[in-house]
Design a binder for this molecule. Structure first.
Ligand SMILES: [Zn+2]
Length: 240
């Protein structure tokens, strides 16, 4: 129901020019919409922005999964491999299409715009990529072929209820405990978050489904903590 509501909300807002991902012929990978919203609202729950602005921000956090301009080559813009030879999969030499580059671009925009709606938009887009790299399958090196081969397990991990391994948002929120993160800059925060999700104990396999709940919880927690750090820091230097 909640997902349906979000879709209606997104599609109703014509000014946002939402375009549906061509999901029938494209590999789509995402922490699901509920996860992105839950992480964001939790992360900004003590922020100085108004409650209605928090919802606007959360809506912008979802958008990169639906806008054609943010998809790249088979969604490679939503991946970043901290330990890979290349930083995402995709066409050779296409160094721009990875989550860090998209994050940097929106971070730069958020820092230079003078009005709050635009700030929320670019901050929200940047947060999307930051949250994506808290998910181990978005940071595990591999080419398009490997990504397609792992598509099912990726999807099962993010949205699969089939194995009883995907907790409901309320469980993730209940299991959340804030932690401090060490980082030297907002770029470093991003890279360290990607490195965090590549810890060996978070490797997602079809043979370790009993660990998935715990992996999801720890990655969810990291996503919330990174979002909180990012947004609070950004708000302090915003130009509006
Ligand atoms: Zn994404």
């Amino acid at each position: 129901m909640e997902i349906l509501f979000i879709f209606v909300l997104l599609y109703k807002n014509k000014t946002m020019q939402i375009q549906e991902t061509k999901s029938t012929n494209q590999t789509t990978f995402k922490w699901n919409s509920v996860t992105h919203i839950g992480m964001t609202l939790k992360a900004v729950s003590n922020s100085t922005i108004e409650p209605h602005e928090r919802k606007v921000l959360a809506k912008f956090v979802l958008m990169p999964d639906f806008l054609a301009s943010e998809q790249g080559y088979h969604n490679n813009t939503h991946f970043f491999f901290p330990y890979g030879k290349t930083k995402s999969f995709g066409r050779e030499g296409d160094a721009e299409n990875n989550a860090l580059e998209r994050y940097k671009e929106h971070l730069q925009m958020a820092l230079t715009v003078y009005d709050k709606p635009k700030f929320l938009k670019h901050a929200g887009f940047a947060i999307h990529y930051l949250q994506d790299v808290s998910m181990p399958m978005h940071t595990e090196p591999g080419g398009l072929l490997q990504k397609i081969m792992k598509y099912k397990i990726h999807k099962d991990f993010e949205i699969g209820k089939k194995y009883g391994a995907t907790p409901a948002l309320k469980d993730l929120l209940a299991g959340y405990a804030p932690e401090n993160i060490e980082y030297s800059s907002l770029i470093d925060l991003f890279v360290r978050t990607a490195e965090f999700s590549q810890r060996p104990e978070f490797k997602i396999k079809s043979s370790n489904k009993s660990d998935w709940f715990n992996i999801q919880q720890q990655c969810f927690n990291r996503g919330v903590d990174a979002t909180r750090e990012f947004f609070n820091k950004l708000l302090r230097v915003a130009q509006f």
